[in-house]
Design a protein around this ligand. Structure first.
Ligand code: NAI
Length: 253
């Protein structure tokens, strides 16, 4: 039986990359999925891909820096599907790479924290009430290996992702007896628009990234999505507060 049959999920930042792959994988496993993104056209395209494959999807514009928009996204999901079983807090930005901390611009820092940290915070707060009402739910936050180890010239991004891992662990403890599991995934360089953007700005980055990974290649969004589905599903029913690394061996070094 599909792992998410009869369940309802939402994914933020689902217009591309890891978010789109996660939405498609959740729908493949039977979930009805609210696909949201600041980019409505991209979210609608993800919803179309789900519908074309026989799944059920709702596309929403949602900027995760806007609390009202987050609440509206959660409300729309519950209205459309009658419940919220799983939430994937994926929307994120990279900030400005290649700047040591004293050179980094404060606006980039504020923006990265707003999207990557405050966004996750407000999403979790909005997602919990419908889960608490049913004493059941799974939240998966997309962190990064930069949530576990340092990354040179990326202090803003690293700070935001360490905080996401911290929120994940504390929230997991807060709701461990309430039927709600909270986990994170920590991918290394994954071949998405985010990484392609970094490579376009600095072509040598492509070889730096692949050489950093013991497997010698970038990860795929679909590989991250499989872990997301597992953490959303009952197959991981005893797993909470975990930060699951998907990194081709990077943090084993
Ligand atoms: P991506 O750029 O393909 O997708 C990010 C999505 O988030 C885009 O669709 C974008 O429109 C959306 N987004 C950006 N700001 C938003 C906002 N304020 N509100 C709502 N949506 C917004 O990038 P990717 O790689 O798929 O990133 C997804 C997540 O994975 C991010 O949290 C990123 O930090 C994380 N990650 C990515 C890695 C990589 O190497 N690609 C590695 C580790 C973590």
């Amino acid at each position: 039986m599909p792992q998410m049959e009869g369940k309802a999920a939402l994914v933020t930042g689902a217009a591309s990359g890891i978010g789109r792959a996660s939405a498609l994988a959740l729908a493949r496993e039977g979930a009805a999925v609210c696909v949201s993104d600041i980019n409505l056209d991209g979210a609608q395209e993800t919803a179309r891909l789900i519908s074309d494959a026989g799944g059920q999807a709702l596309a929403r514009r949602c900027d995760v820096t806007n609390r009202d928009a987050i609440q509206a996204m959660v409300d729309a999901t519950v209205t459309a599907f009658g419940r919220l079983d799983a939430a994937v807090n994926n929307a994120g930005i990279s900030g400005h790479f290649y700047q040591r901390l004293h050179e980094a611009d404060d606006e980039s820092f504020e923006r990265v924290i707003d999207v990557n940290l405050r966004g996750v915070w407000h999403c979790i707060k909005a997602e919990l009430p419908p889960m608490l009402a049913r004493e059941s739910g799974a939240i998966v936050n997309i962190a990064s290996v930069a949530g576990l180890i340092g990354a040179p010239k990326a202090a803003d991004y690293t700070a935001s992702k360490h905080a996401v891992v911290g929120i994940t662990k504390s929230a997991a403890l807060d709701y461990a007896k309430s039927g709600i599991r909270v986990n994170a995934v920590c991918p290394a360089y994954t071949d998405t628009a985010m990484v392609q953007g970094a490579i376009a700005g600095n072509p040598i980055m492509a070889s730096i990234m692949t050489r950093a990974i013991p497997m010698g290649r970038l990860g795929l969004a679909e590989e991250v999505a499989e872990a997301v589905v597992w953490l959303c599903s009952d197959a991981s029913s005893f797993v909470t507060g975990h930060a699951l690394v998907l990194d081709g061996g990077l943090v084993a070094i």
